[in-house]
Design a protein around this ligand. Sequence first.
Ligand code: BG6
Length: 507
Amino acid sequence: MTELFYNSLSSGFGVSHEADVGTIVGQACDPRKRHDIPLLVIFGGTGDLAHRKLLPAVYNLSQEALAEGRQPPMRVLAIGRRAWTRRDYADWARDWIREFTRKPVTDELLDAFLNQYVDYHEMDIEDHAAYEGLFKTFERDYSDNPRVHYLAVAPRFFKPIALGLGSQPAACGQDRVIIEKPFGEDRMQAQQLFAALTQVFGEEHVFAIDHYLGKEMIQNILTLRFENMIFKSCWNRNFIESVEITASETVGVETRGGYYDQAGAMRDMVQNHLFQILSILAMEEPERDNSYAMSVAQQNVLQALRIPKLETCAKAICLGQYEGYRAEPKVSPESQTDTYAALAVYVDNPRWEGVPFLIRTGKKLARRSTYVVINFRRTPGAKEPDRLVIDIQPDEGVELRFNIKKPGLGFAVEPVAMSFCQSCSVEAHSNTPEAYERLLQAACEGQRELFSQWPQIQLSWAWVDRVLEVWAEAGRPLFSYEQGSTGPKEADAFAARHGVTWYSDEA
Ligand code: BG6
Protein backbone atom coordinates (compact mmCIF):
# COMPACT_ATOMS: atom_id res chain seq x y z
CA MET A 1 0.00 0.00 0.00
CA THR A 2 2.71 2.42 1.05
CA GLU A 3 4.86 1.49 -1.89
CA LEU A 4 2.06 1.94 -4.41
CA PHE A 5 1.14 5.26 -2.94
CA TYR A 6 4.66 6.65 -3.21
CA ASN A 7 5.23 5.18 -6.65
CA SER A 8 2.46 7.44 -7.86
CA LEU A 9 4.53 10.55 -6.99
CA SER A 10 6.43 12.19 -9.79
CA SER A 11 10.19 12.03 -9.90
CA GLY A 12 10.56 15.40 -11.66
CA PHE A 13 8.81 18.72 -11.27
CA GLY A 14 6.06 18.17 -13.87
CA VAL A 15 6.42 21.61 -15.43
CA SER A 16 4.19 21.27 -18.48
CA HIS A 17 1.42 23.31 -16.81
CA GLU A 18 3.79 26.28 -16.51
CA ALA A 19 3.84 27.28 -20.16
CA ASP A 20 4.83 30.90 -19.51
CA VAL A 21 7.76 29.90 -17.33
CA GLY A 22 8.80 27.37 -19.92
CA THR A 23 9.57 30.11 -22.44
CA ILE A 24 12.63 31.10 -20.43
CA VAL A 25 14.32 27.78 -20.97
CA GLY A 26 16.97 27.64 -23.60
CA GLN A 27 18.26 31.19 -23.29
CA ALA A 28 21.99 31.56 -23.51
CA CYS A 29 23.79 32.10 -20.20
CA ASP A 30 26.36 34.71 -19.40
CA PRO A 31 29.59 32.68 -19.54
CA ARG A 32 31.71 35.09 -17.44
CA LYS A 33 33.14 33.79 -14.20
CA ARG A 34 32.73 36.18 -11.30
CA HIS A 35 35.59 36.30 -8.84
CA ASP A 36 34.54 38.78 -6.16
CA ILE A 37 32.74 37.90 -2.89
CA PRO A 38 29.13 36.70 -3.36
CA LEU A 39 26.30 39.22 -3.49
CA LEU A 40 23.32 38.21 -1.38
CA VAL A 41 20.28 39.76 -3.08
CA ILE A 42 17.47 39.83 -0.51
CA PHE A 43 13.99 40.03 -2.05
CA GLY A 44 11.90 41.22 0.89
CA GLY A 45 14.81 43.28 2.18
CA THR A 46 12.60 45.33 4.53
CA GLY A 47 10.68 42.34 5.88
CA ASP A 48 10.64 40.42 9.11
CA LEU A 49 13.06 37.68 8.08
CA ALA A 50 15.56 40.19 6.73
CA HIS A 51 15.77 42.24 9.88
CA ARG A 52 15.50 39.47 12.47
CA LYS A 53 17.61 36.79 10.85
CA LEU A 54 19.36 37.58 7.59
CA LEU A 55 21.06 40.93 8.26
CA PRO A 56 22.19 39.91 11.78
CA ALA A 57 23.47 36.61 10.34
CA VAL A 58 25.49 38.37 7.63
CA TYR A 59 26.84 40.80 10.22
CA ASN A 60 27.86 37.90 12.48
CA LEU A 61 29.61 36.19 9.59
CA SER A 62 31.39 39.45 8.75
CA GLN A 63 32.26 40.78 12.20
CA GLU A 64 35.65 39.16 12.60
CA ALA A 65 36.80 40.12 9.11
CA LEU A 66 35.63 43.71 9.61
CA ALA A 67 37.45 43.95 12.93
CA GLU A 68 40.64 42.74 11.25
CA GLY A 69 40.18 45.02 8.22
CA ARG A 70 39.62 42.10 5.87
CA GLN A 71 36.92 41.64 3.29
CA PRO A 72 33.80 39.92 4.75
CA PRO A 73 32.49 36.70 3.15
CA MET A 74 29.58 38.37 1.29
CA ARG A 75 27.86 41.68 0.56
CA VAL A 76 24.14 42.45 0.55
CA LEU A 77 21.77 44.11 -1.90
CA ALA A 78 18.39 44.48 -0.19
CA ILE A 79 15.36 44.89 -2.44
CA GLY A 80 12.23 46.65 -1.24
CA ARG A 81 9.30 48.73 -2.42
CA ARG A 82 10.00 51.67 -0.11
CA ALA A 83 11.45 54.76 -1.79
CA TRP A 84 14.59 54.61 0.29
CA THR A 85 18.21 55.48 -0.36
CA ARG A 86 21.06 53.30 0.72
CA ARG A 87 21.50 55.58 3.75
CA ASP A 88 17.81 55.26 4.75
CA TYR A 89 18.17 51.50 4.62
CA ALA A 90 21.34 51.57 6.69
CA ASP A 91 19.62 53.74 9.33
CA TRP A 92 16.72 51.30 9.49
CA ALA A 93 18.95 48.20 9.60
CA ARG A 94 21.28 49.56 12.30
CA ASP A 95 18.93 49.05 15.27
CA TRP A 96 17.81 45.60 14.13
CA ILE A 97 21.36 44.38 13.82
CA ARG A 98 22.16 45.73 17.28
CA GLU A 99 19.15 43.94 18.69
CA PHE A 100 19.57 40.54 17.03
CA THR A 101 23.27 40.00 16.52
CA ARG A 102 25.19 37.61 18.78
CA LYS A 103 28.61 39.12 18.05
CA PRO A 104 30.02 42.34 19.54
CA VAL A 105 28.77 45.50 17.82
CA THR A 106 30.56 48.84 17.82
CA ASP A 107 29.58 51.98 15.88
CA GLU A 108 32.75 51.64 13.90
CA LEU A 109 32.14 48.03 12.82
CA LEU A 110 28.50 48.67 12.09
CA ASP A 111 29.35 51.71 9.96
CA ALA A 112 31.96 49.76 8.05
CA PHE A 113 29.47 46.95 7.45
CA LEU A 114 26.51 49.10 6.45
CA ASN A 115 28.38 51.71 4.42
CA GLN A 116 30.63 49.41 2.47
CA TYR A 117 28.83 46.10 2.23
CA VAL A 118 25.07 46.73 2.32
CA ASP A 119 23.15 48.41 -0.49
CA TYR A 120 19.45 49.01 -1.23
CA HIS A 121 17.53 48.84 -4.50
CA GLU A 122 13.95 50.11 -4.74
CA MET A 123 11.64 48.11 -6.98
CA ASP A 124 8.25 46.45 -7.25
CA ILE A 125 9.06 42.76 -7.57
CA GLU A 126 5.79 42.07 -9.38
CA ASP A 127 6.58 44.58 -12.13
CA HIS A 128 8.29 42.62 -14.87
CA ALA A 129 9.77 45.75 -16.47
CA ALA A 130 11.44 46.76 -13.18
CA TYR A 131 13.94 43.91 -13.55
CA GLU A 132 15.66 45.94 -16.30
CA GLY A 133 16.70 48.41 -13.60
CA LEU A 134 17.89 45.64 -11.32
CA PHE A 135 20.04 44.18 -14.08
CA LYS A 136 21.56 47.60 -14.70
CA THR A 137 22.49 47.79 -11.01
CA PHE A 138 24.04 44.33 -11.20
CA GLU A 139 26.01 45.28 -14.29
CA ARG A 140 27.15 48.65 -12.94
CA ASP A 141 28.06 47.75 -9.35
CA TYR A 142 28.31 43.99 -9.03
CA SER A 143 29.43 42.58 -12.35
CA ASP A 144 32.15 40.55 -10.65
CA ASN A 145 30.09 39.21 -7.73
CA PRO A 146 28.47 35.76 -7.98
CA ARG A 147 24.81 36.24 -7.07
CA VAL A 148 22.73 34.40 -4.50
CA HIS A 149 19.08 35.49 -4.50
CA TYR A 150 17.25 35.03 -1.21
CA LEU A 151 13.47 34.99 -1.67
CA ALA A 152 12.43 36.23 1.78
CA VAL A 153 8.90 36.85 0.51
CA ALA A 154 5.56 35.00 0.41
CA PRO A 155 5.53 32.09 -2.08
CA ARG A 156 3.10 33.89 -4.39
CA PHE A 157 6.01 36.15 -5.36
CA PHE A 158 8.36 33.27 -6.28
CA LYS A 159 7.03 33.00 -9.81
CA PRO A 160 7.10 36.75 -10.67
CA ILE A 161 10.66 36.89 -9.33
CA ALA A 162 11.70 33.81 -11.32
CA LEU A 163 10.15 35.29 -14.47
CA GLY A 164 11.79 38.66 -13.82
CA LEU A 165 15.25 37.27 -13.17
CA GLY A 166 14.86 34.76 -15.98
CA SER A 167 14.15 37.50 -18.51
CA GLN A 168 17.86 38.31 -18.72
CA PRO A 169 20.38 35.74 -19.88
CA ALA A 170 22.78 36.71 -17.11
CA ALA A 171 20.47 35.18 -14.50
CA CYS A 172 20.81 31.63 -15.70
CA GLY A 173 23.65 29.21 -15.36
CA GLN A 174 25.41 30.81 -12.41
CA ASP A 175 22.98 32.49 -10.05
CA ARG A 176 21.71 30.58 -7.04
CA VAL A 177 18.39 31.04 -5.33
CA ILE A 178 17.47 30.33 -1.73
CA ILE A 179 13.84 29.80 -0.79
CA GLU A 180 12.13 29.60 2.56
CA LYS A 181 9.14 27.54 3.50
CA PRO A 182 6.16 27.54 3.27
CA PHE A 183 6.52 25.95 -0.15
CA GLY A 184 2.78 26.29 -0.76
CA GLU A 185 -0.04 24.67 1.17
CA ASP A 186 0.28 21.17 -0.24
CA ARG A 187 2.42 19.00 -2.47
CA MET A 188 0.87 20.28 -5.72
CA GLN A 189 1.59 23.91 -4.88
CA ALA A 190 5.10 23.07 -3.75
CA GLN A 191 5.69 21.26 -7.02
CA GLN A 192 4.57 24.30 -9.03
CA LEU A 193 6.86 26.62 -7.07
CA PHE A 194 9.86 24.37 -7.55
CA ALA A 195 9.04 23.97 -11.24
CA ALA A 196 9.06 27.73 -11.79
CA LEU A 197 12.41 28.19 -10.03
CA THR A 198 14.07 25.16 -11.56
CA GLN A 199 13.19 26.31 -15.07
CA VAL A 200 15.16 29.50 -14.53
CA PHE A 201 18.02 28.56 -12.24
CA GLY A 202 18.52 24.83 -12.81
CA GLU A 203 17.80 22.24 -10.13
CA GLU A 204 21.30 22.30 -8.65
CA HIS A 205 21.09 26.06 -8.04
CA VAL A 206 17.86 26.01 -6.03
CA PHE A 207 18.54 25.86 -2.27
CA ALA A 208 15.49 25.12 -0.09
CA ILE A 209 16.27 26.28 3.41
CA ASP A 210 15.07 24.48 6.50
CA HIS A 211 16.75 26.34 9.32
CA TYR A 212 16.50 23.27 11.57
CA LEU A 213 19.16 21.61 9.43
CA GLY A 214 21.50 24.42 10.46
CA LYS A 215 20.96 23.96 14.20
CA GLU A 216 24.03 22.85 16.07
CA MET A 217 22.43 20.00 18.02
CA ILE A 218 20.52 18.67 15.02
CA GLN A 219 23.82 18.38 13.20
CA ASN A 220 25.21 16.80 16.33
CA ILE A 221 22.72 13.91 16.00
CA LEU A 222 24.85 12.70 13.08
CA THR A 223 28.00 12.74 15.19
CA LEU A 224 26.32 11.08 18.15
CA ARG A 225 24.85 8.34 16.00
CA PHE A 226 27.73 7.58 13.70
CA GLU A 227 30.88 8.47 15.67
CA ASN A 228 30.12 6.52 18.85
CA MET A 229 30.04 2.74 18.82
CA ILE A 230 27.97 2.69 22.01
CA PHE A 231 25.10 4.38 20.17
CA LYS A 232 25.77 3.16 16.65
CA SER A 233 25.63 -0.48 17.69
CA CYS A 234 22.25 -0.25 19.41
CA TRP A 235 20.42 2.23 17.18
CA ASN A 236 17.67 -0.14 16.09
CA ARG A 237 14.49 -1.92 17.13
CA ASN A 238 16.36 -4.55 19.16
CA PHE A 239 17.50 -1.95 21.69
CA ILE A 240 15.19 1.02 21.26
CA GLU A 241 11.63 0.87 22.56
CA SER A 242 10.38 4.26 21.35
CA VAL A 243 11.58 7.70 20.24
CA GLU A 244 10.09 11.07 21.21
CA ILE A 245 10.56 14.36 19.38
CA THR A 246 9.18 17.45 21.11
CA ALA A 247 9.19 21.05 19.85
CA SER A 248 7.29 23.14 22.33
CA GLU A 249 6.86 26.89 21.87
CA THR A 250 5.59 29.58 24.22
CA VAL A 251 4.78 32.02 21.43
CA GLY A 252 1.39 32.08 19.72
CA VAL A 253 0.77 33.13 16.15
CA GLU A 254 1.74 36.77 16.90
CA THR A 255 1.34 38.84 13.71
CA ARG A 256 1.22 35.80 11.41
CA GLY A 257 -2.45 34.82 11.88
CA GLY A 258 -3.23 35.15 8.16
CA TYR A 259 -0.53 32.70 7.13
CA TYR A 260 -0.80 30.40 10.13
CA ASP A 261 -4.55 29.90 9.89
CA GLN A 262 -4.04 28.37 6.43
CA ALA A 263 -1.10 26.28 7.59
CA GLY A 264 -1.48 24.98 11.16
CA ALA A 265 1.12 23.03 13.11
CA MET A 266 1.17 20.09 10.68
CA ARG A 267 2.24 22.23 7.72
CA ASP A 268 4.18 24.86 9.67
CA MET A 269 6.36 22.56 11.80
CA VAL A 270 5.77 18.85 11.16
CA GLN A 271 6.07 18.69 7.36
CA ASN A 272 9.48 20.35 7.44
CA HIS A 273 11.38 20.83 10.72
CA LEU A 274 10.16 17.79 12.64
CA PHE A 275 10.39 15.48 9.66
CA GLN A 276 13.99 16.60 9.24
CA ILE A 277 14.71 15.52 12.82
CA LEU A 278 12.74 12.28 12.42
CA SER A 279 14.49 11.29 9.22
CA ILE A 280 17.97 12.11 10.58
CA LEU A 281 17.25 9.98 13.65
CA ALA A 282 15.94 7.06 11.61
CA MET A 283 18.08 7.08 8.46
CA GLU A 284 20.81 4.60 7.52
CA GLU A 285 24.35 5.98 7.66
CA PRO A 286 24.81 8.13 4.55
CA GLU A 287 27.83 7.76 2.33
CA ARG A 288 30.43 10.42 3.12
CA ASP A 289 31.71 12.91 0.52
CA ASN A 290 28.47 12.84 -1.40
CA SER A 291 26.38 15.95 -1.03
CA TYR A 292 23.13 14.20 -1.91
CA ALA A 293 23.67 11.09 0.24
CA MET A 294 22.09 12.43 3.39
CA SER A 295 18.99 13.62 1.60
CA VAL A 296 18.68 10.24 -0.13
CA ALA A 297 19.00 8.46 3.23
CA GLN A 298 16.29 10.77 4.64
CA GLN A 299 14.06 10.11 1.61
CA ASN A 300 14.30 6.38 2.26
CA VAL A 301 12.90 6.93 5.75
CA LEU A 302 10.06 9.12 4.49
CA GLN A 303 9.25 6.54 1.88
CA ALA A 304 8.91 3.87 4.58
CA LEU A 305 6.49 5.85 6.78
CA ARG A 306 3.28 3.99 7.42
CA ILE A 307 0.22 5.88 6.15
CA PRO A 308 -2.60 5.88 8.70
CA LYS A 309 -6.03 4.75 7.51
CA LEU A 310 -9.42 6.02 8.65
CA GLU A 311 -9.73 3.17 11.20
CA THR A 312 -6.31 3.97 12.71
CA CYS A 313 -6.51 7.77 12.49
CA ALA A 314 -7.24 8.33 16.20
CA LYS A 315 -4.19 6.23 17.08
CA ALA A 316 -1.93 8.09 14.68
CA ILE A 317 -2.79 11.75 15.09
CA CYS A 318 -4.01 14.04 17.87
CA LEU A 319 -4.50 17.69 16.94
CA GLY A 320 -5.31 20.58 19.25
CA GLN A 321 -5.99 24.30 19.31
CA TYR A 322 -5.17 26.71 22.14
CA GLU A 323 -7.99 28.53 23.88
CA GLY A 324 -8.30 32.05 22.51
CA TYR A 325 -6.70 31.20 19.15
CA ARG A 326 -9.88 32.11 17.23
CA ALA A 327 -9.71 35.66 18.62
CA GLU A 328 -6.17 36.22 17.29
CA PRO A 329 -5.80 38.87 14.56
CA LYS A 330 -6.49 37.57 11.03
CA VAL A 331 -7.70 34.18 12.33
CA SER A 332 -11.17 32.95 11.39
CA PRO A 333 -13.57 32.95 14.38
CA GLU A 334 -14.58 29.43 13.33
CA SER A 335 -11.09 28.23 12.66
CA GLN A 336 -10.41 24.47 12.75
CA THR A 337 -6.67 25.01 12.44
CA ASP A 338 -4.32 22.93 14.57
CA THR A 339 -1.92 24.87 16.80
CA TYR A 340 -0.80 21.59 18.38
CA ALA A 341 -0.02 18.28 16.74
CA ALA A 342 0.97 14.94 18.24
CA LEU A 343 1.71 12.06 15.90
CA ALA A 344 2.66 8.45 16.26
CA VAL A 345 4.77 7.54 13.26
CA TYR A 346 6.01 4.07 12.31
CA VAL A 347 8.90 3.50 9.95
CA ASP A 348 8.20 0.22 8.19
CA ASN A 349 11.69 -1.08 7.56
CA PRO A 350 13.81 -3.77 9.22
CA ARG A 351 15.65 -1.30 11.47
CA TRP A 352 12.53 0.24 13.00
CA GLU A 353 9.69 -2.27 12.58
CA GLY A 354 7.25 -1.74 15.46
CA VAL A 355 9.07 1.20 17.13
CA PRO A 356 6.82 4.22 17.65
CA PHE A 357 8.24 7.67 16.91
CA LEU A 358 6.10 10.04 18.94
CA ILE A 359 6.24 13.60 17.66
CA ARG A 360 4.62 16.65 19.25
CA THR A 361 4.72 20.37 18.69
CA GLY A 362 2.54 23.26 19.72
CA LYS A 363 2.22 26.97 20.27
CA LYS A 364 1.36 28.78 23.54
CA LEU A 365 2.69 25.91 25.64
CA ALA A 366 4.30 26.11 29.05
CA ARG A 367 7.94 26.08 27.93
CA ARG A 368 10.11 26.77 24.93
CA SER A 369 12.05 23.62 24.46
CA THR A 370 13.01 21.29 21.63
CA TYR A 371 14.47 17.87 22.41
CA VAL A 372 14.69 14.25 21.36
CA VAL A 373 14.37 11.30 23.72
CA ILE A 374 15.56 7.82 22.83
CA ASN A 375 13.87 5.34 25.20
CA PHE A 376 15.89 2.14 25.32
CA ARG A 377 14.26 -1.21 25.91
CA ARG A 378 13.86 -2.02 29.60
CA THR A 379 15.57 -4.89 31.33
CA PRO A 380 13.03 -7.31 32.84
CA GLY A 381 11.38 -5.64 35.81
CA ALA A 382 12.84 -2.15 35.22
CA LYS A 383 10.36 0.64 35.82
CA GLU A 384 12.14 3.27 33.77
CA PRO A 385 13.92 2.79 30.47
CA ASP A 386 17.47 4.03 30.03
CA ARG A 387 17.23 7.24 28.06
CA LEU A 388 19.34 9.36 25.80
CA VAL A 389 18.04 12.94 25.80
CA ILE A 390 19.30 15.32 23.12
CA ASP A 391 18.53 18.93 24.02
CA ILE A 392 18.30 21.02 20.86
CA GLN A 393 17.15 24.39 22.21
CA PRO A 394 17.23 26.65 24.14
CA ASP A 395 19.59 24.40 26.13
CA GLU A 396 22.01 22.47 24.00
CA GLY A 397 23.39 19.23 25.35
CA VAL A 398 23.10 15.50 25.80
CA GLU A 399 22.05 13.52 28.82
CA LEU A 400 22.24 9.79 29.40
CA ARG A 401 19.88 8.48 32.06
CA PHE A 402 20.46 5.02 33.46
CA ASN A 403 19.90 2.92 36.59
CA ILE A 404 22.36 2.62 39.41
CA LYS A 405 22.47 0.99 42.83
CA LYS A 406 21.24 3.29 45.55
CA PRO A 407 24.13 3.80 47.99
CA GLY A 408 23.67 1.77 51.15
CA LEU A 409 23.29 -1.74 52.41
CA GLY A 410 20.39 -2.72 50.17
CA PHE A 411 20.19 -3.23 46.42
CA ALA A 412 17.56 -0.64 45.60
CA VAL A 413 17.88 0.89 42.16
CA GLU A 414 17.64 4.56 41.27
CA PRO A 415 17.82 6.42 37.95
CA VAL A 416 20.72 8.88 37.57
CA ALA A 417 21.91 11.14 34.77
CA MET A 418 25.21 11.93 33.11
CA SER A 419 25.04 15.26 31.36
CA PHE A 420 27.01 17.12 28.77
CA CYS A 421 25.78 20.70 28.68
CA GLN A 422 27.04 22.37 25.55
CA SER A 423 25.32 25.69 26.17
CA CYS A 424 26.70 25.89 29.74
CA SER A 425 30.15 26.54 28.34
CA VAL A 426 30.32 30.23 27.42
CA GLU A 427 32.91 29.59 24.76
CA ALA A 428 30.89 26.91 23.01
CA HIS A 429 27.80 29.07 23.17
CA SER A 430 29.31 32.17 21.63
CA ASN A 431 30.95 30.03 18.95
CA THR A 432 27.75 28.24 17.99
CA PRO A 433 26.80 29.71 14.64
CA GLU A 434 23.18 30.63 14.35
CA ALA A 435 21.44 28.33 11.89
CA TYR A 436 21.05 31.09 9.32
CA GLU A 437 24.75 31.94 9.36
CA ARG A 438 25.72 28.38 8.66
CA LEU A 439 23.15 28.04 5.90
CA LEU A 440 23.88 31.36 4.18
CA GLN A 441 27.54 30.55 4.11
CA ALA A 442 26.85 27.05 2.77
CA ALA A 443 24.61 28.40 -0.02
CA CYS A 444 27.25 30.97 -1.00
CA GLU A 445 29.81 28.17 -1.17
CA GLY A 446 27.43 25.94 -3.14
CA GLN A 447 27.30 23.22 -0.44
CA ARG A 448 24.04 21.38 -0.86
CA GLU A 449 24.28 18.96 2.08
CA LEU A 450 22.51 21.30 4.46
CA PHE A 451 19.51 21.93 2.23
CA SER A 452 16.37 19.94 1.60
CA GLN A 453 16.14 18.34 -1.80
CA TRP A 454 12.91 18.29 -3.81
CA PRO A 455 12.26 14.51 -3.58
CA GLN A 456 12.50 14.76 0.19
CA ILE A 457 10.16 17.77 0.34
CA GLN A 458 7.75 16.01 -1.98
CA LEU A 459 7.66 12.87 0.18
CA SER A 460 7.04 14.73 3.40
CA TRP A 461 4.30 16.82 1.78
CA ALA A 462 2.67 13.69 0.39
CA TRP A 463 2.58 12.10 3.85
CA VAL A 464 1.20 15.22 5.52
CA ASP A 465 -1.39 15.76 2.75
CA ARG A 466 -2.58 12.18 3.10
CA VAL A 467 -2.72 12.28 6.90
CA LEU A 468 -4.70 15.52 6.86
CA GLU A 469 -7.13 13.93 4.38
CA VAL A 470 -7.61 10.97 6.70
CA TRP A 471 -8.09 13.36 9.62
CA ALA A 472 -10.73 15.30 7.63
CA GLU A 473 -12.51 12.03 6.77
CA ALA A 474 -12.52 11.22 10.50
CA GLY A 475 -14.47 14.47 11.15
CA ARG A 476 -11.51 16.74 12.08
CA PRO A 477 -11.29 15.97 15.80
CA LEU A 478 -9.58 18.97 17.43
CA PHE A 479 -8.90 19.15 21.18
CA SER A 480 -8.78 22.42 22.99
CA TYR A 481 -5.96 23.22 25.45
CA GLU A 482 -5.19 25.92 27.94
CA GLN A 483 -2.52 28.46 27.11
CA GLY A 484 0.59 27.79 29.16
CA SER A 485 -0.20 24.07 29.54
CA THR A 486 1.61 21.08 28.03
CA GLY A 487 -1.07 20.67 25.35
CA PRO A 488 -4.42 18.86 25.20
CA LYS A 489 -4.97 16.24 27.91
CA GLU A 490 -5.93 13.80 25.17
CA ALA A 491 -2.29 13.82 23.99
CA ASP A 492 -1.23 11.91 27.13
CA ALA A 493 -3.70 9.09 26.56
CA PHE A 494 -2.70 9.17 22.89
CA ALA A 495 0.97 8.55 23.75
CA ALA A 496 0.03 5.88 26.28
CA ARG A 497 -1.64 3.88 23.49
CA HIS A 498 1.86 3.46 22.06
CA GLY A 499 3.39 2.56 25.43
CA VAL A 500 4.92 6.03 25.90
CA THR A 501 4.64 8.52 28.76
CA TRP A 502 5.91 11.83 27.40
CA TYR A 503 9.29 12.53 28.93
CA SER A 504 9.56 15.59 31.11
CA ASP A 505 12.81 16.76 32.66
CA GLU A 506 10.73 18.65 35.20
CA ALA A 507 9.34 15.43 36.66
C1 BG6 B 1 9.19 28.51 11.70
C2 BG6 B 1 7.71 28.43 11.91
O1 BG6 B 1 9.56 27.81 10.52
O2 BG6 B 1 9.85 27.91 12.80
C3 BG6 B 1 7.34 29.15 13.19
O3 BG6 B 1 7.05 29.05 10.80
C4 BG6 B 1 8.10 28.57 14.34
O4 BG6 B 1 5.93 29.07 13.44
C5 BG6 B 1 9.59 28.56 14.03
O5 BG6 B 1 7.86 29.40 15.47
C6 BG6 B 1 10.36 27.82 15.10
O6 BG6 B 1 11.73 28.02 14.87
P1 BG6 B 1 12.75 27.97 16.09
O7 BG6 B 1 14.08 28.10 15.45
O8 BG6 B 1 12.39 29.10 17.00
O9 BG6 B 1 12.51 26.64 16.72
